[in-house]
Design a protein around this ligand. Structure first.
Ligand code: AMP
Length: 279
């Protein structure tokens, strides 16, 4: 497994491989867990050559967010990636990815307006900008993202469509702990007691799912009860919504496919989770 830090070097190496080998790509911010590794394994299975990037992207963090304390565990990450049979790990530094402070960036439209976009201004512009840069450096045939960050997958699909990246986007299901908690690099911030309270995200989502599957079509009531369940355990709620899977517009009435999504805080830790609900 090769580790490259320099963007140009990475681009040159991959340019020499692209015509011969199918390239799969998994962008990450490191502090890897089984959720990330499931994406890597999928890419290894489906491609000749798998590239993983590790970069804690400063432009997707707000001024009062956790950029400086975000876990950085490069040595352990590389060991996990070696075991998962990744071929190349791209680990750039902020200077090389943002060499020009006043440089170009991507501005995301409507899909970044609600859910996390409403609570993290500029977050998805930062995500789209770094992913566009990484796509141009790596130019994979296929890139893998987790459904855990649902709004992000919608933003990335839009990015690929609107900027004509010749890249297939695959979204893989959320990997959970055995008790249902969605795996996240931020889970390591949680104390023992907070970790127990964090289960209320999946409990609330699953409760809403079962109500809808029982035939409840009036989503306002379903959301109100879901919120009640959530609020019993968490410290603050950014949103609890049931939205259209493509437009992310909040729904009043149930439809064939919906996404229930939550963002909330427990202590100082902001957690998100979602479930796709099929009726
Ligand atoms: P991050 O390092 O948090 O930026 O995540 C990198 C990629 O891993 C993103 O596509 C995430 O959606 C994905 N990911 C994070 N957590 C999980 C999980 N529990 N299951 C599946 N994919 C995940």
């Amino acid at each position: 497994m090769k580790v490259i830090r320099n963007p140009k070097k990475c681009q040159n190496l991959l340019t020499s491989k692209r015509s011969r080998l199918s390239i799969g790509f998994v962008p990450t911010m490191g502090a890897l867990h089984a959720g990330h590794i499931s994406l890597v394994e999928k890419s290894v299975k489906e491609n000749d050559f798998t590239v993983v990037s590790i970069f804690v992207n400063p432009t997707q963090f707000g001024p009062n967010e956790d950029f400086s304390r975000y876990p950085r565990t490069l040595k352990a990450d590389l060991a996990l990636l070696e075991k998962a049979k990744a071929d190349l790990v791209f680990v750039p530094d902020a200077k090389s990815m943002y060499s020009n402070e006043e440089g170009l960036s991507v501005k995301v439209g409507k899909v970044a307006e609600n859910l996390c976009g409403a609570f993290r201004p500029g977050h998805f512009d930062g995500v789209a900008t770094i992913v566009a840069k990484l796509f141009n450096i790596i130019l994979p045939h296929t890139a893998y993202f987790g459904a855990k960050d649902y709004q992000q997958t919608v933003v990335i699909k839009q990015l690929v469509q609107d900027l004509y990246f010749p890249i297939k986007i695959k979204v893989e299901k959320t990997v959970r702990e055995t008790d249902g908690l969605a795996m996240s690099s931020r889970n390591r911030y949680l104390s023992f007691e907070e970790r127990k309270r964090a289960l209320s995200l999946i409990h609330s989502l699953r409760w809403m799912e079962s109500e809808i599957k029982k035939g409840k079509t009036h989503l306002k009531k379903v959301k109100a009860k879901g919120l009640e369940i959530l609020k019993r355990s968490v410290d603050s709620v950014d949103y609890l919504e049931i939205v259209d899977p493509e437009t992310l517009v909040p729904l009043q009435k149930s439809q064939k496919k919906m996404v229930a999504a939550i963002a909330c805080s427990i202590g100082k830790t902001r957690l998100i989770d979602n479930l796709t609900i099929l009726q």
